[in-house]
Design a protein around this ligand. Sequence first.
Ligand code: ADP
Length: 413
Amino acid sequence: MGVVAGGLVWVLLDTARAMRVLQWLRQDNVTAIPVSRGLWGEVSQRVRRLVRSGEQETKASEARLQAFLAALQASPNGLVLLDVQGRIEWFNQTAAAHFGFDTQRDLLQHFVNLVRDPGFTRYYAEGDFSAPIVMPGRDHTLARPVRLSVHIHPYGEGRQLLLSRDVTQFEQADAMRRDFVANVSHEIRTPLTVISGFVETLQTLPLDEVERARYLELMAQQAQRMQTLVNDLLVLSRLEGSPLPSETEWVGVPRLLQYLENEGRALSTVLNEASAPVHHLIFDVSQDLDISGAHSELQSAMSNLISNAIRYTPNGGELRVQWRRAEDGRAEFSVTDTGPGIAPEHISRLTERFYRVDRSRSRDTGGTGLGLAIVKHVAQRHGAELKIESTLGKGSRFAIVFPAARVRTRRSD
Ligand code: ADP
């Protein structure tokens, strides 16, 4: 009887413990064990250990996933993951900026419904993803073009990874290169056409000595024009390809300007087929001021500004060349003329290659349209600033301002 009663009590107690363990398992929190001893105690502890290690694994894989997504977020390219139906599963910030996506609004939307560019729609429908396509970006306008390269890469079972890249600058550089080649070809073709026309004339027509001499003179002029152009092109390509000018090599600017003054007087004379300079040239030069840099580049830039002033200023005009130290320690080279001046809308474009305001005056005086592009390049390479001020009908002032770090005052003893 006693044994039966004892057995019953044990069964009741055991069932109560089992119920406590079961209740404990039903809740989410498994920290406090309901029973610590005996069979149910061991069961509880083992369960708790299993749950804990499961939780740790979940946390670790969650951290790995977050690190992975952070890396994808950091990508400079736009990334979009599409599911089997072409719906957006995930995208990074760059893609959001490229396509104007919003995390709240656009997840699980069909990509093709959101990006409504006819070129892209065709690309997506045709399903040939061997190459990317280029399409306008979300902020694209005619004034400020934005171009995106978009490439789809299928992966997994029917999923797609879409990569987008901003190629605006790349495309602009490409367009500039194309324009440049077209411009150079055009500039060379014109004198070549003239020369070959004259050669034909000389070959076919019986000309007298005076006519022959005149044709040869015109041919020489055109050949000279091509030579000047090729020289300027070489100067530009050297500027682009060579290392930055030295900061420790000193250029004696006063001496250089003495040379350029003689050159300027000669140009003013020869261009106008006169016997003396037809412009009033004033050189106002601080005799003790030098700068560090590349002699040939500085000569080319200064000479271009002086020759422009001479070429565009009518006879009798005045040209003032100044070389002085500014109050802030910088040094300024400036050329001021009393020429025709330049309308404000042209000023920001003057340093573009082949940009000319007055085409015929430029050509007649041996201009290539590359002079100010060279000046700007040289200035940039010396850390200097090119300033252009001009008033129509009054004249222009071109100045190169060199940083104080490149300026040195010689002791004049
Ligand atoms: P170019 O060989 O045609 O002179 P530049 O690059 O030196 O080429 O100059 C670009 C254009 O800027 C010139 O074609 C001319 O229209 C204008 N320009 C340059 N310097 C002057 C100046 N001193 N006065 C008036 N116009 C100028």
